[in-house]
Design a protein around this ligand. Structure first.
Ligand code: SAH
Length: 351
Protein backbone atom coordinates (compact mmCIF):
# COMPACT_ATOMS: atom_id res chain seq x y z
CA UNK A 1 0.00 0.00 0.00
CA UNK A 2 1.82 3.09 -1.22
CA UNK A 3 -0.35 5.67 0.43
CA UNK A 4 -0.89 4.56 3.98
CA UNK A 5 -2.67 6.99 6.33
CA UNK A 6 -0.23 9.15 8.31
CA UNK A 7 -0.53 8.66 12.09
CA UNK A 8 0.90 12.16 12.66
CA UNK A 9 -2.15 13.54 10.92
CA UNK A 10 -4.55 12.09 13.49
CA UNK A 11 -6.10 13.55 16.62
CA UNK A 12 -6.25 11.45 19.77
CA UNK A 13 -9.89 10.63 19.01
CA UNK A 14 -8.98 9.50 15.50
CA UNK A 15 -6.20 7.29 16.87
CA UNK A 16 -8.70 5.79 19.32
CA UNK A 17 -10.91 4.92 16.34
CA UNK A 18 -7.95 3.23 14.67
CA UNK A 19 -7.44 1.05 17.74
CA UNK A 20 -11.13 0.26 18.10
CA UNK A 21 -11.24 -0.79 14.43
CA UNK A 22 -8.33 -3.18 15.16
CA UNK A 23 -10.11 -4.60 18.21
CA UNK A 24 -7.46 -3.05 20.43
CA UNK A 25 -7.95 -1.08 23.63
CA UNK A 26 -8.56 2.64 22.96
CA UNK A 27 -6.17 3.66 25.81
CA UNK A 28 -3.34 2.56 23.55
CA UNK A 29 -4.06 5.70 21.53
CA UNK A 30 -2.65 7.88 24.31
CA UNK A 31 0.54 5.85 24.44
CA UNK A 32 0.98 6.10 20.69
CA UNK A 33 0.11 9.82 20.60
CA UNK A 34 2.83 10.57 23.18
CA UNK A 35 5.47 8.67 21.20
CA UNK A 36 4.49 10.33 17.93
CA UNK A 37 4.61 13.84 19.37
CA UNK A 38 7.97 13.18 21.00
CA UNK A 39 9.22 12.67 17.45
CA UNK A 40 9.56 8.89 17.55
CA UNK A 41 9.23 7.70 13.98
CA UNK A 42 10.18 4.06 14.59
CA UNK A 43 7.50 1.73 15.95
CA UNK A 44 10.19 -0.48 17.48
CA UNK A 45 11.12 2.27 19.93
CA UNK A 46 7.59 2.41 21.35
CA UNK A 47 8.44 0.17 24.26
CA UNK A 48 5.03 0.13 25.95
CA UNK A 49 3.18 -1.16 22.87
CA UNK A 50 2.91 -4.95 22.37
CA UNK A 51 4.82 -6.36 19.39
CA UNK A 52 1.70 -7.71 17.68
CA UNK A 53 0.13 -4.27 17.81
CA UNK A 54 3.24 -2.64 16.37
CA UNK A 55 3.12 -5.10 13.48
CA UNK A 56 -0.52 -4.22 12.77
CA UNK A 57 0.30 -0.51 12.87
CA UNK A 58 3.30 -0.97 10.59
CA UNK A 59 1.30 -2.80 7.97
CA UNK A 60 -1.57 -0.32 7.81
CA UNK A 61 -0.12 3.08 8.70
CA UNK A 62 2.91 5.28 8.30
CA UNK A 63 4.55 7.98 10.41
CA UNK A 64 5.13 10.95 8.11
CA UNK A 65 8.74 12.04 7.83
CA UNK A 66 10.50 14.93 6.24
CA UNK A 67 13.87 14.56 4.60
CA UNK A 68 16.30 17.37 5.33
CA UNK A 69 17.67 18.77 2.08
CA UNK A 70 19.48 21.78 3.43
CA UNK A 71 20.23 23.40 6.79
CA UNK A 72 21.52 26.94 6.89
CA UNK A 73 22.46 28.66 10.14
CA UNK A 74 22.90 32.42 10.34
CA UNK A 75 26.31 33.68 11.43
CA UNK A 76 25.13 34.12 15.04
CA UNK A 77 23.54 30.61 14.94
CA UNK A 78 20.26 31.98 16.33
CA UNK A 79 18.34 31.61 13.08
CA UNK A 80 18.33 28.34 11.19
CA UNK A 81 16.58 27.79 7.90
CA UNK A 82 15.55 24.26 6.94
CA UNK A 83 14.59 22.94 3.54
CA UNK A 84 12.66 19.66 3.62
CA UNK A 85 11.56 17.16 1.00
CA UNK A 86 8.03 15.74 1.28
CA UNK A 87 7.13 12.18 0.26
CA UNK A 88 5.72 13.42 -3.07
CA UNK A 89 8.96 15.29 -3.84
CA UNK A 90 7.57 18.71 -3.09
CA UNK A 91 9.86 20.98 -1.11
CA UNK A 92 8.97 23.14 1.90
CA UNK A 93 10.95 25.43 4.15
CA UNK A 94 10.77 26.63 7.74
CA UNK A 95 12.92 28.76 10.02
CA UNK A 96 13.75 28.46 13.72
CA UNK A 97 14.50 31.67 15.59
CA UNK A 98 16.03 31.79 19.04
CA UNK A 99 14.89 34.69 21.22
CA UNK A 100 15.66 35.49 24.85
CA UNK A 101 12.31 33.97 25.84
CA UNK A 102 12.44 30.83 23.77
CA UNK A 103 12.59 29.16 20.40
CA UNK A 104 10.04 30.04 17.72
CA UNK A 105 9.41 28.18 14.48
CA UNK A 106 8.13 29.92 11.37
CA UNK A 107 6.49 27.13 9.40
CA UNK A 108 4.83 26.56 6.05
CA UNK A 109 1.16 25.71 5.64
CA UNK A 110 1.07 25.12 1.86
CA UNK A 111 3.44 24.15 -0.93
CA UNK A 112 3.58 27.46 -2.78
CA UNK A 113 0.72 29.95 -2.49
CA UNK A 114 -2.02 31.25 -4.74
CA UNK A 115 -2.45 34.67 -3.14
CA UNK A 116 -0.14 36.38 -5.63
CA UNK A 117 1.34 39.19 -3.48
CA UNK A 118 3.69 41.02 -5.80
CA UNK A 119 6.65 41.18 -3.39
CA UNK A 120 6.53 37.62 -2.03
CA UNK A 121 8.74 34.77 -3.24
CA UNK A 122 6.40 31.99 -2.05
CA UNK A 123 3.76 32.79 -4.60
CA UNK A 124 5.97 32.71 -7.70
CA UNK A 125 4.99 29.23 -8.93
CA UNK A 126 1.41 29.40 -7.62
CA UNK A 127 -0.08 26.83 -5.26
CA UNK A 128 1.11 23.22 -5.62
CA UNK A 129 -1.00 21.81 -2.79
CA UNK A 130 -2.12 22.17 0.80
CA UNK A 131 -0.04 20.64 3.57
CA UNK A 132 -1.79 18.20 5.89
CA UNK A 133 -1.87 18.83 9.64
CA UNK A 134 0.58 15.94 9.96
CA UNK A 135 3.02 17.59 7.55
CA UNK A 136 2.88 20.81 9.58
CA UNK A 137 3.46 18.85 12.78
CA UNK A 138 6.32 16.97 11.09
CA UNK A 139 8.09 20.33 10.55
CA UNK A 140 7.99 21.04 14.30
CA UNK A 141 9.17 17.51 15.18
CA UNK A 142 11.96 17.51 12.61
CA UNK A 143 13.23 20.90 13.80
CA UNK A 144 12.99 19.82 17.46
CA UNK A 145 15.14 16.81 16.71
CA UNK A 146 17.70 19.01 14.94
CA UNK A 147 17.70 21.51 17.81
CA UNK A 148 18.35 18.76 20.40
CA UNK A 149 21.27 17.56 18.31
CA UNK A 150 22.67 21.08 18.54
CA UNK A 151 21.96 21.37 22.30
CA UNK A 152 19.30 23.99 21.75
CA UNK A 153 15.92 24.22 23.49
CA UNK A 154 12.80 22.82 21.82
CA UNK A 155 10.28 24.92 19.94
CA UNK A 156 7.84 26.66 22.31
CA UNK A 157 6.32 29.21 19.96
CA UNK A 158 4.96 29.03 16.42
CA UNK A 159 4.36 31.59 13.73
CA UNK A 160 2.36 30.46 10.71
CA UNK A 161 4.23 32.83 8.42
CA UNK A 162 6.19 30.52 6.18
CA UNK A 163 5.08 29.65 2.65
CA UNK A 164 1.36 29.60 2.06
CA UNK A 165 -1.79 31.33 3.23
CA UNK A 166 -2.93 29.54 6.42
CA UNK A 167 -6.58 30.56 6.06
CA UNK A 168 -6.61 29.14 2.52
CA UNK A 169 -5.94 25.73 4.15
CA UNK A 170 -8.27 26.37 7.05
CA UNK A 171 -9.31 22.91 8.27
CA UNK A 172 -5.81 21.42 8.21
CA UNK A 173 -4.33 24.48 9.92
CA UNK A 174 -6.91 24.45 12.73
CA UNK A 175 -6.39 20.71 13.19
CA UNK A 176 -2.63 21.27 13.38
CA UNK A 177 -3.00 24.03 15.97
CA UNK A 178 -5.14 21.75 18.14
CA UNK A 179 -2.60 18.93 17.75
CA UNK A 180 0.40 21.01 18.88
CA UNK A 181 -1.63 22.48 21.74
CA UNK A 182 -2.53 19.04 23.13
CA UNK A 183 -1.03 18.60 26.64
CA UNK A 184 -0.22 14.96 25.82
CA UNK A 185 1.90 16.18 22.95
CA UNK A 186 3.91 19.37 22.47
CA UNK A 187 1.61 21.42 24.73
CA UNK A 188 2.32 24.72 22.95
CA UNK A 189 0.12 27.47 24.42
CA UNK A 190 -2.32 29.28 22.12
CA UNK A 191 -0.75 32.54 23.24
CA UNK A 192 2.53 31.35 21.77
CA UNK A 193 1.01 30.73 18.36
CA UNK A 194 0.54 33.46 15.74
CA UNK A 195 -1.29 33.00 12.47
CA UNK A 196 -0.63 35.49 9.70
CA UNK A 197 -3.16 36.10 6.93
CA UNK A 198 -3.22 38.32 3.88
CA UNK A 199 -6.84 39.08 4.84
CA UNK A 200 -9.31 36.34 3.84
CA UNK A 201 -12.18 38.15 5.53
CA UNK A 202 -14.81 35.37 5.89
CA UNK A 203 -12.21 32.96 7.29
CA UNK A 204 -11.03 35.61 9.78
CA UNK A 205 -14.56 35.57 11.24
CA UNK A 206 -14.60 31.77 11.31
CA UNK A 207 -11.26 31.75 13.13
CA UNK A 208 -12.49 34.29 15.67
CA UNK A 209 -15.43 31.99 16.45
CA UNK A 210 -13.22 28.88 16.64
CA UNK A 211 -12.32 29.48 20.31
CA UNK A 212 -8.58 28.99 19.82
CA UNK A 213 -7.43 32.40 21.09
CA UNK A 214 -4.20 32.40 19.12
CA UNK A 215 -2.59 35.68 18.03
CA UNK A 216 -3.62 37.07 14.69
CA UNK A 217 -1.36 38.98 12.31
CA UNK A 218 -2.86 40.65 9.26
CA UNK A 219 -0.72 41.57 6.27
CA UNK A 220 -1.99 45.05 5.48
CA UNK A 221 0.94 46.60 3.63
CA UNK A 222 -1.09 49.64 2.50
CA UNK A 223 -3.20 52.44 3.97
CA UNK A 224 -5.91 52.27 1.26
CA UNK A 225 -7.49 50.00 -1.34
CA UNK A 226 -5.73 51.58 -4.32
CA UNK A 227 -2.24 50.83 -3.09
CA UNK A 228 -3.26 47.50 -1.63
CA UNK A 229 -4.73 46.37 -4.96
CA UNK A 230 -1.53 47.37 -6.71
CA UNK A 231 0.58 45.02 -4.56
CA UNK A 232 -1.84 42.35 -3.26
CA UNK A 233 -4.21 40.41 -5.52
CA UNK A 234 -6.46 39.52 -2.57
CA UNK A 235 -7.32 43.22 -2.11
CA UNK A 236 -9.51 42.96 -5.23
CA UNK A 237 -11.69 40.45 -3.37
CA UNK A 238 -11.83 42.15 0.05
CA UNK A 239 -11.75 45.87 0.78
CA UNK A 240 -9.40 47.27 3.40
CA UNK A 241 -12.25 48.52 5.63
CA UNK A 242 -13.70 45.01 5.72
CA UNK A 243 -10.29 43.58 6.62
CA UNK A 244 -10.01 46.03 9.55
CA UNK A 245 -13.59 45.24 10.62
CA UNK A 246 -12.85 41.50 10.66
CA UNK A 247 -9.64 42.12 12.63
CA UNK A 248 -11.62 44.19 15.11
CA UNK A 249 -14.14 41.37 15.46
CA UNK A 250 -11.24 38.98 16.12
CA UNK A 251 -9.94 41.25 18.88
CA UNK A 252 -13.35 41.74 20.47
CA UNK A 253 -14.11 38.02 20.37
CA UNK A 254 -10.76 36.63 21.56
CA UNK A 255 -9.21 39.50 23.54
CA UNK A 256 -5.98 38.84 21.63
CA UNK A 257 -4.26 41.92 20.24
CA UNK A 258 -4.06 42.01 16.47
CA UNK A 259 -0.85 42.90 14.68
CA UNK A 260 -0.90 44.58 11.28
CA UNK A 261 2.12 43.84 9.15
CA UNK A 262 3.31 46.60 6.87
CA UNK A 263 6.22 45.90 4.51
CA UNK A 264 7.74 49.18 3.35
CA UNK A 265 8.25 49.22 -0.40
CA UNK A 266 10.15 52.09 -1.92
CA UNK A 267 7.94 54.65 -3.69
CA UNK A 268 4.79 52.53 -3.24
CA UNK A 269 3.55 52.70 0.36
CA UNK A 270 6.34 54.38 2.32
CA UNK A 271 5.63 58.12 2.12
CA UNK A 272 4.68 60.31 5.13
CA UNK A 273 1.15 60.75 3.75
CA UNK A 274 0.77 56.95 3.72
CA UNK A 275 1.82 56.80 7.37
CA UNK A 276 -0.75 59.47 8.24
CA UNK A 277 -3.47 57.69 6.27
CA UNK A 278 -2.63 54.45 8.09
CA UNK A 279 -3.00 56.23 11.45
CA UNK A 280 -6.47 57.45 10.43
CA UNK A 281 -7.44 53.96 9.26
CA UNK A 282 -6.43 52.37 12.57
CA UNK A 283 -7.55 55.12 14.91
CA UNK A 284 -9.51 53.80 17.89
CA UNK A 285 -8.31 50.23 17.36
CA UNK A 286 -5.96 49.04 20.13
CA UNK A 287 -3.71 47.15 17.75
CA UNK A 288 -0.06 46.81 16.93
CA UNK A 289 1.78 47.68 13.72
CA UNK A 290 4.84 45.70 12.71
CA UNK A 291 6.84 47.59 10.11
CA UNK A 292 8.91 45.30 7.93
CA UNK A 293 11.71 46.67 5.76
CA UNK A 294 11.06 44.79 2.49
CA UNK A 295 13.25 41.79 1.89
CA UNK A 296 14.13 42.22 -1.77
CA UNK A 297 13.39 39.14 -3.86
CA UNK A 298 15.73 38.60 -6.79
CA UNK A 299 13.25 38.22 -9.66
CA UNK A 300 10.64 40.66 -8.28
CA UNK A 301 10.93 44.35 -9.00
CA UNK A 302 9.82 45.74 -5.62
CA UNK A 303 12.53 47.65 -3.78
CA UNK A 304 13.22 48.19 -0.10
CA UNK A 305 12.61 51.68 1.33
CA UNK A 306 15.54 53.83 2.34
CA UNK A 307 16.58 53.86 5.98
CA UNK A 308 15.39 57.50 6.25
CA UNK A 309 11.92 56.65 4.93
CA UNK A 310 11.64 53.70 7.30
CA UNK A 311 12.54 55.85 10.30
CA UNK A 312 10.25 58.71 9.23
CA UNK A 313 7.35 56.29 8.71
CA UNK A 314 7.78 54.77 12.18
CA UNK A 315 8.12 58.25 13.77
CA UNK A 316 4.79 59.38 12.34
CA UNK A 317 2.99 56.30 13.63
CA UNK A 318 4.54 56.78 17.06
CA UNK A 319 3.66 60.46 17.16
CA UNK A 320 0.01 59.52 16.60
CA UNK A 321 0.09 57.05 19.50
CA UNK A 322 0.14 53.90 17.38
CA UNK A 323 1.88 50.94 18.97
CA UNK A 324 4.60 50.19 16.44
CA UNK A 325 7.69 47.99 16.22
CA UNK A 326 10.17 47.38 13.47
CA UNK A 327 10.55 43.72 12.62
CA UNK A 328 13.93 42.41 13.64
CA UNK A 329 15.56 41.11 10.52
CA UNK A 330 16.88 37.75 11.56
CA UNK A 331 18.66 35.52 9.12
CA UNK A 332 19.00 37.97 6.25
CA UNK A 333 22.28 36.25 5.40
CA UNK A 334 20.44 32.95 4.85
CA UNK A 335 17.63 34.05 2.51
CA UNK A 336 15.27 34.95 5.36
CA UNK A 337 12.16 35.94 3.38
CA UNK A 338 9.41 33.46 2.60
CA UNK A 339 10.16 31.16 -0.29
CA UNK A 340 13.62 32.57 -0.89
CA UNK A 341 15.62 29.59 0.26
CA UNK A 342 13.60 27.19 -1.88
CA UNK A 343 14.01 29.50 -4.87
CA UNK A 344 17.78 29.68 -4.33
CA UNK A 345 17.99 25.90 -3.91
CA UNK A 346 16.01 25.15 -7.07
CA UNK A 347 18.05 27.64 -9.06
CA UNK A 348 21.24 25.88 -7.99
CA UNK A 349 19.79 22.43 -8.76
CA UNK A 350 18.77 23.53 -12.23
CA UNK A 351 22.30 24.83 -12.76
N1 SAH B 1 0.09 34.34 3.68
C1 SAH B 1 0.30 34.88 4.98
C2 SAH B 1 1.58 34.43 5.65
C3 SAH B 1 2.82 34.40 4.85
S1 SAH B 1 4.08 35.54 4.83
C4 SAH B 1 0.24 36.39 4.93
O1 SAH B 1 0.16 36.94 3.85
O2 SAH B 1 0.22 37.01 5.99
C5 SAH B 1 4.41 36.32 6.31
C6 SAH B 1 4.61 37.83 6.14
O3 SAH B 1 5.78 38.14 5.35
C7 SAH B 1 3.45 38.49 5.46
O4 SAH B 1 3.14 39.70 6.10
C8 SAH B 1 3.99 38.77 4.07
O5 SAH B 1 3.28 39.77 3.43
C9 SAH B 1 5.43 39.12 4.39
N2 SAH B 1 6.34 39.05 3.25
C10 SAH B 1 6.29 38.26 2.17
N3 SAH B 1 7.31 38.53 1.33
C11 SAH B 1 8.03 39.50 1.91
C12 SAH B 1 9.21 40.21 1.54
N4 SAH B 1 9.83 39.97 0.40
N5 SAH B 1 9.67 41.17 2.38
C13 SAH B 1 9.04 41.42 3.54
N6 SAH B 1 7.93 40.79 3.95
C14 SAH B 1 7.43 39.83 3.14
Amino acid sequence: MANKPDLLDMTLEELEQVFVSMNEKPYRAKQLFKWLHKGTADFEQMTDLPQALKEKLKSGYKIGRLILLQRLASSDKRTVKYLYLLTDNNIIECVSMQYEYGMTLCLSTQVGCRMGCSFCASTTGGLARNLTAGEMLAQVLAVNSDLSEHNKPNINGLVLMGCGEPLDNYDNVVKFIKLVHDPLGLNIGYRNITLSTCGLVPKMYTLADEGLNINLAVSLHAPNDNIRRDIMKIAHAFGIEDVIKAARYYFDKTGRRVTFEYALISGINDRPEHAKELCRLLSGFPCHVNVIPLNEVKHLSRKRSSEDSIKAFIDILQSKGINVTRRREMGLDINGACGQLKAAYLEKERG
